[in-house]
Design a protein around this ligand. Structure first.
Ligand code: EPU
Length: 420
């Protein structure tokens, strides 16, 4: 299996172009189920998770053509509303086919996702919402089986803001009979991108980006062409990389408005961030300052940037505190960072980080995507060589990360190894 090898010490310098957003592309691809015909998505990142969801669409009966970064999904004739365990177990976002399949076919059989490396991540809120819309739900042999005649509009009050739950309901409600109101809806930019796609298809979705979304169901939707928004988490990861080791990086093709909490947090650590249209200029200071942050639903600080900011805290002089409020088990990178010499103490959901750390390169591995990204960043500030194993996590969510970091001057390469 491949590994990524990083020589510590280099500053990132130059320009990097940010790819399309994984977490936008996944629901957009699922939404094509709702609109029979030839759907064209542009700016789709070439990633493991995107391939997985396209494979799922092919199993369902779509014709899929990958001409990266353009992907064509022809959903004219779908005949198999099933998401098998083999796919769902590798990517929880596969649950996003549930709403669209039930809306188009009146039935779906989707494997329950099971546990996850960052927390339990149940789908109870997705199911409860579909039930409120008139679906009949049964759990059988590890699968959720949903049937209904036509979904009907309902009022959904989410007790916690769920990104996937909001997306599933938006898609299901677009073809339902009547009006659906989602309260405490997730407000992430990816939700707005999905609303834009649905509205272009002929849906009536209002309020995306706020905590109250109202969807008036229509009888049918038509296939469209759409451009995926840039990946704010990929951008944020490069921004942290730039702030380390006094780097200086221009990020092109971003939406700065999606990155406000990340920009604010970087500035509070002493980095300079200049915004020019769809470009960001990030410069690392001579000495980073400690900071405190808590992850929150958008527009708060994203949980998907927590692990990367842990490395920024390690590079800062003083004591920082990072609290994870979204997922109960998202500090899996900490033991690996400690193996590299980090001083991090975890109490309940908060990590106390003492810097500046003198990290030493080591062989490390992580159990999820963002944790793996943080180990690469740690490798940049460590002395000597760091080998990051389980590279497939990175392949799921960062397009060409080795090429992009290498282009900015990092000492990084991907090597095949028969031993790992
Ligand atoms: N939750 C429930 N019940 C549900 C659904 C969610 O209790 O039915 C809880 C979760 O356990 C969690 C909280 O609600 O504590 C928020 O979870 P959410 O549903 O918002 O997460 P998600 O939709 O499963 C998406 C991203 C994640 C990102 C989270 C939070 C995609 C494909 N995934 O997951 O991205 O961390 O929102 O922002 O959009 C990643 O890219 O690395 C990643 C994990």
């Amino acid at each position: 299996m491949d590994q990524i090898v990083i020589e510590g010490g280099a500053s990132l310098r130059g320009r990097v172009v940010i790819s399309g957003a994984k977490n936008a592309a996944l629901p957009l691809i699922c939404a094509t189920i709702l609109a029979p015909g030839r759907n064209v998505l542009n700016n789709v990142p070439r990633l493991g998770d995107v391939r997985t969801v396209l494979k799922l669409l092919a199993i369902i009966g779509a014709e899929v053509d990958m001409e990266w970064p353009r992907v064509v999904v022809d959903t004219s004739e779908l005949d198999n509303p099933v998401a098998p365990y083999e796919l769902v177990k590798t990517m929880r976002a596969a649950i996003l086919v549930l709403g669209p399949l039930v809306a188009r076919y009146g039935k779906a059989k989707v494997s329950l996702p099971g546990g996850c490396a960052i927390g339990a991540r149940p789908i109870n809120l997705h199911l409860k919402a579909l039930e409120a819309m008139g679906a009949d739900i049964e759990i059988k042999r590890g699968y959720v089986e949903v049937t209904c005649d036509r979904l009907r509009g309902a009022r959904i009050d989410f007790p916690v803001a769920t990104v996937g739950g909001t997306e599933n309901v938006m898609m299901a409600a677009s073809l339902a009979d009547g009006v659906t109101e989602i309260n405490n809806a997730a407000r992430e930019p990816e939700i707005e991108d999905l609303a834009d796609l649905l509205n272009a298809m002929g849906a009536k979705v209002e309020g995306a980006g706020t905590s109250r979304i109202v969807i008036t169901g229509v009888d049918s939707l038509r296939a469209v062409e759409h451009h995926v928004i840039p990946d704010r988490i990929e951008a944020g990861t490069f921004m942290v990389g730039a702030a380390l080791n006094r780097g200086e990086v221009e990020l092109a093709g971003v939406r700065p408005a999606h990155l406000i909490p990340v920009i604010d947090a970087l500035r509070s650590a002493g980095a300079s961030v200049d915004i020019q249209d769809d470009r960001l200029f990030v410069r690392g200071p001579a000495e980073l300052k400690p900071f405190n942050l808590t992850t929150e639903p958008h527009p708060g600080f994203p949980t998907d940037m927590q692990a990367q900011f842990m490395v920024l805290a390690l590079a800062a002089r003083g004591t920082s505190m990072i609290t994870e409020s979204i997922f109960e088990n998202r500090f899996m990178h900490v033991p690996e960072l400690v193996r590299m010499g980090a001083d991090i103490d975890i109490t309940s959901r908060s990590a106390t980080i003492v810097g500046p750390a003198r990290l030493e390169g080591a062989t490390v591995m992580a159990t999820d995507l963002r944790a793996s990204a943080s180990l690469i960043l740690a490798g940049l500030i460590a002395e000597g060589t760091t080998q990051v194993l389980r590279v497939y996590h990175l392949d799921r969510g960062y397009e060409n990360i080795v090429e992009k970091l290498g282009g900015l001057g990092a000492g990084i390469q991907r090597v095949s190894s028969e031993f790992f």
